[in-house]
Design a protein around this ligand. Sequence first.
Ligand code: B3K
Ligand code: ZN
Length: 874
Amino acid sequence: MADQPTAAQPTAKYRADYQAPDFTITDIDLTFDLHDTATRVIAVSQVKQQTQGVTSLELDGDELVLHRLEINGESWEHFEQTESGLILRELPAVFELTIETEINPEANTSLEGLYKSGGGFCTQCEAEGFRRITYYQDRPDVLARFTTKVIADKASFPYLLSNGNKVGSGDLENGRHWVQWQDPFLKPCYLFALVAGDFDVLRDSYKTVSGRDVALEIFVDKGNLDRAEHAMHSLINSMKWDEERFGLEYDLDIYMIVAVDFFNMGAMENKGLNIFNSKFVLANSATATDTDYLGIESVIGHEYFHNWTGNRVTCRDWFQLSLKEGLTVFRDQEFSSDLGSRPVNRIQNVRIMRGPQFAEDRGPMSHPIRPEKVIEMNNFYTLTVYEKGSEVIRMMHTLLGEDGFQAGMKLYFERHDGTAATCDDFVQAMEDASGVDLGQFRLWYSQSGTPVVTVSTAYEADAKRYLVTVKQQTAPTPGQKEKLPLHIPFDIELYDSKGEVIELQCNGERVHHILNVTQSEQTFTFDQVNEKPVISMLREFSAPVVLEYDYSDEELVFLMTHARNEFARWDAGQMLLAKYIRSNVQAVQAGNAVVFPENVVDAFRGALLDEKLDPAFIAEMLTLPSENEVAGWYERVDVDAIHTVLAQIEQILASALEDELSAIYHSLSQSGYSITHDAMAKRSLRNRCLAYLAYTEQGEKLVSAQYGKADNMTDTIAAMSAANEAQLACRETQMADFSSKWSHDGLVMDKWFVLQGKNPAGNSLANVRETMNHPAFSLKNPNRTRSLVASFCANNPVHFHAKDGSGYRFLTEILTALNSSNPQVASRLIEPFLKYRLYDEDRQALMRAELEQLAKLENLARDLFEKVEKALEQ
Ligand code: B3K
Ligand code: ZN
């Protein structure tokens, strides 16, 4: 029961142990009598035996007080309360189960289950939060029809919401009222949602392709109505896009989104009632940056797309999470790419793969996109499951083509609509619908780690033959020593010296540009190649692998200008930068100066001045890889050298390109503000120029002027961030001014907290500690915590890794506090510690000591336990 101490060590669950449930629940009728500290929940479930002869049933429950337990209306004695719930015994084959529990939403700081956010009530049930509401089979393969009655004080909570359609409402005594909802679709309990509060509501409607009218409602805190319009727009665009590109139509008469300030992640796709972190709903030109606008579009899309990929077809068990998440990320990436710039979206997604996802792959938590072993499910909502999961779907899309892939989607829904499915089911549908053999491809689901693909080429002038030899190798990862060759779609193109594409052929037959790499070593031969070509490889990042090839500077500069697709041009630029970053890190470690040759600068000048290119794309071309991404290239990371090299390359580019940057900066100024892609693209290049110019003599003047004149948050934050990075004198005035203007608005202040967290100044940590006393800051709010603490610990490596261990001690203090109040947030923040083996011995010892201290914490939450244990044993 609730307050018994959990003495036992948390135990793991294994994918291989899956067993179908012995009983299922076909219907559940819930009644919530809402009170801040003592909410009563009555759950009446219709239960049916699935395995003949089994008469006992385990229900999950956490932090619940049991008041009543009845079977078929009669009090039931045959049960036992355990640490993790209830075991009911001597059950009939079919019965009605009534359970009345009491919960305390106000004391719920974990933000899982039913909790209070601001003045209202809301829920978060994925992955295993429903067990904090009532005793239930809290697993995704139990699908029931939900009816929910919500009772609360009418004045404080005029809106009472749950999934599905409203079927009744009425007034009660003592100023209370009730509303009843019914969801006609079967769903697992993780998709259950309830909201009670007082809101402003933005209303619109959508006519689906078959002509049904859907009411759209977005609930925001009072006074925020003008900040919900972009979310509504994005929702309508999502509904339309899913009909057009995937042929998928919405299925209820109403779609509701509620924005709340206290939320552990981005948003949640509860059936018909999405609950969102207000960060991904609220925006207007004064409060939101272009990045915020695009983030809202993508998250609104993501949650909407889950209605089919996640809700209509859900996961059989949580090991299958990528079934819905990888696929839905793929869908939201395609949505953003169809609506905006495909190359820029691809570049941004690839940066996430090459930076944080590759880092996850080589850390102690390394896991395949379909994990085998889990202690705390919330720890597996990872970049691997989401982003790499999406790359795996994208590879199938590449192998099958759009038509084959859509045929696979259609078959998948025909087979699995209304059920809980597995990743294998999905791949099977893709295979059956297209006839493409995905046998070896399935290994992507079970093998963890990042494959390294090493290429060598040879040109035989006499035979006019070009040979491409591809080797693949995946290093062992924790718990998985043996690695097999994967099926890698390897997209290439060959160019002649004029930049014309050379048709791929072998023995007189055309060869497709997607090579099927399936062995550990394989040579592809191309004939009729009349001159030594330049090869472009892993085009569009056709597989989530590291590519190694010994390109010359000339070849990379050539590809930067001649490659046909923009992604390949950007990628060539990144490879060129990588060469000089690596050589300079060595130079700096040997006490030498940073060298960055003129001809390399010229290549970037060429990109900057190319008027045929989209300005947003040019901005990406001119963005160096992050310190964290560069750290990922090394077995032993030297944070100081990496920081020095990146900062100096930035400064060298700034002074060499000052005239061009300055001219472009001025030419891109816009009158009036709009969020069209064209306007955003111009702002992004202009602000990239400003970030460089901040390091030149005109920096101080330009940055101050932009801050003073900015009529939108994008330009304001760009000025502040340039001042912060270049440590300009105007930084302090801007920070003070911003805080006095916005300290009433936590969401806006998050941008300020991020800058404090990333502050490169020497007293950075002292400053972060002081910032924690700012009235807008609170460790109870995950957004505030992430903005300040995570940006210091994860994105300010030089100061977090200070040699005296002060950064490490700070993180342990925070983790210790959050371990008891909100373990899910703690578990995200601990990530920088998990990579401790990549640092020098002194730092390793310091971080290890912190991990050991955490391991000794009394009541160490499962979330942290799992990561600390793995990090220490690796
Ligand atoms: N499905 C949710 C994530 C739930 C996370 C639980 N710790 C949001 C999403 O991926 O769309
Ligand atoms: Zn999702």
